[in-house]
Every structure is written in structure tokens, then in C-alpha cells.
Design a protein. Structure first.
Length: 311
């Protein structure tokens, strides 16, 4: 008998997820790390060698070989052949499902949502975007505030940003009575406020923007295409289209805008960001936040060299 699954009861086109699930209970902790890495890589496994997969998962090549054997594969080449078969069948199924989906009302919403996200490309290519990123990168202190349904997205953005750079605070307008706006003593500090709001607009939003300007902040406002008040307070207004005909306005395009802005700040000084990420990983490790070792992620962003944290 020949083929990639000759030593296994798996059908050649069984999904990767199903193969891993069927052998999971028999795997060692190291093999589970390798399996988790395979899940995360998905179709990109077709680009990996056994050595690359082992390095990505933080295990030995022997561990990867044992895992593949348990899954019914005689090496990485057999795995790749099965993946190609899976992808061919998935493409047929996906085409059928997409055609049925796009014929309905949800399909119409998806098209409009996708158009709103793709429209962000023009914003990201603008001088206003570059200036906003420069302001955030150059500020000594960054305060982030968000209102209404966007609060969760904005808190997540503040956490991401605080991973990439220092002195980032989330301001909950009622929890701390906006103590974040109190001018600092000592030397003058460059401070930036990132304020996020959408229709029908939080009553406090415009007031917070005005107070921040009085306190010496550079103000950036992320909002929707219908906003009429933001430009009275700053030229740095970044807008995303949220009118995609959902019953309540979509938060998706603005959430994407927040992710892109955090990424742009990270890319502004990739070596410094890499250093912070490595320190952050060390802290997480010391605190034992996670139940098992997490596979190392590749970081194609960092083109400059970095030797790691000192001490």
C-alpha cells in the first residue's frame, strides 16, 4: 500500500484538525506543543520543513517525527501531500458555501463590511495617518479613551499599544474622574490623547477632547464618516465607514482601524518594539500566566537586528 497515510486508518483527505484530535490523548507534552503549532500554521505548513516546524514549536525534530508518525505520516513530505488534497477539497466546498452565503442578506452585509475595511487603505496611505503615527510615537505619555459600544475595542487597543511602547493609560471617564488629564509637574512632557467614538456619540466625548486640549494634549480622534464635531478640536481625525446597513452601526471597520494604528506604531521603531516584546514574554513566563509553553511566533516585522534583553 502506498500514499501518505499508509500506516494509518486516516483517510487521505481527513482534516488536519481531525487528525490531531484523534491522537491528542496519546501525545506527550512536547508533541502537543508541536501539534498546537501545526494547528496555528494551518495551510502554511506546506511551506515548512521538519526543522522549521520544530524550531517554531520549541521542540526537537525527533518530537516532530514522532508526532507525524502517530498522525499516520511517513515524514513531512507525506503531510504536505495530504494538505494539498485537503486544500483542493476545501476549495470546492468553500466555493459552494460562499456562493450560497453571498446570495442572501448576510452576504450583502459582508460585501459592504469588506468594502468599508478595504477603504481604510486610502486613509493608511495619507499624510494624516503618518502624522498621527508620528504623534503617538513621539509622545511621552499617551492616554486612550473610548465610549459606548467601542469601549471594549478601545481597552484592547490600549493594552496592545502599551505592549509596543511605554506610558500608555486607558482613561475611563467616570472611574478616575479623568485624573489622567492633570498636567504633570516638572519638565514639559509631550502628551497625546487618542479618543474613539461613533454615532450617536457619547455626551462626554467632545468635552473630554476640549479639556485635553486645554491641558496641553495633542488630540487624535478616531470616529465614523458622519461625525460633525471632531474637526473643531483637531486636524488629526481618522475616520472609518460604519454605515453598512446593519440594524446597529458596525464597529468592525473601526476595530480594524485600531489594530492597524497599533501595528503602525509598532513598526515605527521595530528594534525597540522587539525588545519590549521579549521583556513582556519574560514577565509572562515568570508569572506562569500560561498552562504550558507557548510556541514561539515568527516576527517578520523585525528587519533590524536585536540581541535580546540585557540582564
Amino acid at each position: 500500500m502506498t500514499g501518505p497515510t499508509a500506516t494509518s486508518t486516516f483517510a487521505p483527505a481527513a482534516s488536519l484538525e481531525k487528525r490531531i484530535e484523534d491522537v491528542w490523548d496519546s501525545l506527550s507534552s512536547a508533541e502537543r506543543r508541536a501539534a498546537a503549532c501545526m494547528r496555528a500554521r494551518g495551510s502554511l505548513l506546506s511551506l515548512d520543513t521538519g526543522a522549521a516546524l520544530a524550531q517554531e514549536a520549541g521542540v526537537s525534530q525527533m518530537t516532530v517525527s514522532r508526532l507525524l508518525k502517530k498522525m499516520g505520516f511517513q515524514g513531512v513530505a507525506a503531510l504536505k501531500r495530504a494538505l494539498r488534497e485537503d486544500e483542493a477539497l476545501d476549495a470546492i466546498d468553500l466555493k459552494d458555501r460562499n456562493e450560497r452565503l453571498l446570495d442572501g442578506s448576510i452576504g450583502d452585509f459582508l460585501k459592504r463590511e469588506a468594502e468599508a475595511v478595504l477603504a481604510l487603505a486610502e486613509l493608511v496611505a495619507s499624510d494624516r495617518w503618518s502624522e498621527a503615527v508620528e504623534v503617538i510615537h513621539g509622545a511621552d505619555d499617551v492616554v486612550v479613551a473610548g465610549f459606548q459600544m467601542l469601549r471594549g475595542h478601545v481597552e484592547d487597543f490600549a493594552r496592545r499599544l502599551s505592549t509596543y511602547r511605554d506610558n500608555v493609560r486607558y482613561a475611563a471617564t467616570h472611574d478616575g474622574c479623568l485624573s489622567e488629564l492633570i498636567p504633570p509637574k516638572g519638565r514639559a512632557r509631550r502628551r497625546a490623547l487618542i479618543l474613539v467614538d461613533i454615532v450617536p456619540y457619547g455626551r462626554e466625548a467632545e468635552t473630554v477632547a476640549a479639556l485635553a486640549r486645554k491641558s496641553g494634549f495633542e488630540v487624535l480622534i478616531l470616529t465614523d464618516e458622519l461625525n460633525q464635531w471632531a474637526k473643531a478640536h483637531t486636524d488629526l481625525v481618522l475616520t472609518a465607514r460604519i454605515s453598512t446597513d446593519l440594524t446597529i452601526e458596525s464597529t468592525g471597520p473601526l476595530a480594524t482601524l485600531l489594530s492597524l494604528l497599533a501595528q503602525a506604531v509598532a513598526e515605527h521603531d521595530p528594534v525597540a518594539t522587539a525588545a519590549r516584546l521579549d521583556h513582556w514574554a519574560q514577565i509572562a513566563g515568570e508569572m506562569r500566566y500560561y498552562s504550558r509553553k507557548t510556541p514561539r511566533r515568527r516576527r517578520p516585522l523585525w528587519k533590524a537586528s536585536y540581541s535580546g534583553p540585557k540582564g
